[in-house]
Design a binder for this molecule. Structure first.
Ligand code: NAG
Ligand code: NAG
Ligand code: NAG
Ligand code: NAG
Ligand code: NAG
Length: 477
């Protein structure tokens, strides 16, 4: 009798283990008419990612999401962000209409892939790829073009290698990061990190509609103010043509995991995890210093992180309110010391190694040369600065700014080298030239004085020697 119950429990133990192993090793797909219930998971073929139901730490709601096998608490994607399940009766399946759907306990659709290209019965399968992309496709399809729907098109707060951030100019579809409301609620929070595509593309971090940080515009090689040093593991890709503008990146070593996240407080972080490890390493964090804060020094101010104070007025400009400026309130910015003449004599001074000002009031002409750009800017009295729109191959194209310059930063290192030409009236140019002359003169004067002392010494020495010689001669004589 006892024997029997032992063998019975042995049997159930083996059966349960078998079922557990089956669901652990899991499959990476479900086909039409199959379901995945809460407690079950899909595991990508290489074992990197898991699709399943989860519950945020201090919430009773349940969500369908994707996480890392090696880091289950790191959720990279959520399906039903705004329509949580309140119990464990959720089920994922492929609906008769050809959509991937999430049903609640009473079989109501609470989330759908809503794919417009899905048309009814066509042998669909949902597969979790090893990139972390959940795709809905025809059973026989394997190319990206055959995807009826993919989770990579519906970015949440995490950018994974191969995921796009940007815009499809033909369909109008945009890909961007949105923060979670908080750690227990994946519904959209206040922050977004989006590629602005007006003029030259640049990434902008916003809180609601307020700009908090930007990368500076794409200059043909990189974002002009991108402090992000490339890592040997990361291969950034920027596509900018008539159909699409987007940024993505790939890992040169696929065993290294990598993700970029936008957290609920508006901080962007890039993490990596090495093979065999289960710890995330922080690669960079944005915004990473005070100069990165959007418009820190106000209009026509420039931020230099190694200066004290960090905000200064551009050459030829003075604080709008000296009182504010003295107590380090910089938001009012700076105004010209001398107005532009606009008729004749205006010229430009070069500002080196800067994050290009924001594209608020600007004109872009990619076919102009730098010389044409300068002439064009001089023609228009409200044009106050210009630069090459594309720095590759010695520079080409024309980007002009009008009225005020907002959010300029100067960098110390050559890495961020991008110059801008700032318009100045003749009197300022003369003043700057005089200043430079004085500086040059000072450099001249110092050796002259020093040289003079040498000459004097020489003369004195000679005179003393002569005297000695004379005396000597006298002695000999
Ligand atoms: C799904 O089930 C329905 C009804 O049971 C059946 O008619 C259909 O052929 C099935 N589809 C697949 C892809 O198995
Ligand atoms: C399922 O969703 C429907 C519609 O939102 C709702 O009325 C119903 O109460 C839900 N059932 C459960 C078990 O949550
Ligand atoms: C799907 O479409 C319905 C109706 O248009 C909409 O209410 C729902 O929010 C959409 N779901 C998703 C996940 O986009
Ligand atoms: C920048 O210039 C290079 C070389 O002249 C060209 O190949 C590239 O397409 C240009 N990039 C943009 C964004 O115009
Ligand atoms: C734009 O770039 C994408 C990705 O490289 C490519 O698939 C597409 O054909 C390009 N479009 C044009 C008009 O060159």
């Amino acid at each position: 009798m006892q024997m029997e119950s032992i063998s019975n429990s042995m049997f159930s133990y083996v059966l349960i283990s078998f079922l557990l192993i089956r669901s652990c090793n899991g499959t990476d797909r479900i086909s039409q008419n199959q379901t995945m219930a809460d407690g079950e998971t899909l595991v990508s073929s290489g074992g990197t990612f898991v699709l399943g139901f989860f519950k945020p730490p201090s919430s009773t709601n349940r969500y369908l999401g994707i996480w890392y096998n090696r880091s289950p608490e790191t959720i990279v994607w959520v399906a039903n962000k705004v329509s949580p399940l309140t119990d464990s009766d959720g089920v994922l399946t492929i609906h008769g209409d050809g959509n991937l759907v999430l049903l609640n306990g009473t079989k109501r659709i609470i989330w759908s892939s809503n794919s417009s290209s899905a048309d009814a019965p066509m042998n669909l399968v949902a597969e979790l790829l090893d990139s972390g992309n959940l795709v809905l496709k025809r059973q026989d399809g394997f190319k990206a073009e055959s995807y009826v729907w993919q989770s990579f098109d519906f970015t949440t707060d995490t950018l994974l290698p191969g995921m796009k951030e940007g815009k499809n100019l033909q369909t109008g579809q945009t890909w961007y990061l949105t923060s979670w409301k908080n750690q227990n609620d994946p519904s959209p929070g206040e922050f977004s990190y989006k590629l602005d595509t007006i003029g030259l593309p640049q990434f902008v971090l916003r809180k609601g509609s307020e700009k908090k940080f930007r990368t500076g515009p794409w200059n043909g090689e990189r974002f002009s103010g991108s402090p992000v040093r490339s890592s040997s593991f990361i291969a950034p890709i920027f596509v900018y043509n008539d159909t699409e503008i987007y940024y993505t990146y790939e890992m040169t070593d696929s065993s290294v995991l990598s993700r970029v996240t936008l957290d609920e407080s508006g901080v962007i972080e890039h993490y990596m995890m090495n093979k065999g490890s289960s710890d995330w390493i922080l690669i960079y964090r944005l915004p990473y210093d005070m100069c990165e804060e959007y418009g820190k020094c106000g209009p026509n101010g420039i931020c230099r992180i190694n200066s004290n104070p960090i905000c200064q007025c551009l050459d030829g400009f003075v604080p709008k309110s000296k009182g504010d400026w003295d107590v380090l309130i910089w938001s009012g910015g700076c105004k010209r010391r001398t107005p532009l003449d606009c008729k004749s004599g205006d010229g430009f001074i070069k500002l080196k190694n800067v994050k290009l000002p924001d594209l608020l009031d600007f004109r872009l002409s990619q076919s102009m040369t730098t010389r044409e750009c300068e002439r064009e800017c001089l023609k228009d009295c409200s044009c106050i600065a210009f630069t090459d729109s594309n720095i590759t191959n010695g520079g080409s194209g024309c980007l002009m700014w009008f009225r005020d310059l907002i959010d300029i930063q100067e960098y110390d290192d050559k890495y961020s080298e991008q110059d801008i030409y700032l318009r100045m009236p003749k009197s300022e140019l003369d003043a700057i030239e005089n200043q430079n002359k004085k500086r040059a003169l000072l450099i001249l004067v110092i050796p002259t004085v020093f040289g003079g002392i040498l000459v004097l010494c020489f003369v004195l020495c000679c005179m003393i020697r002569r005297r000695k010689e004379k005396r000597g001669m006298a002695v000999v004589d």
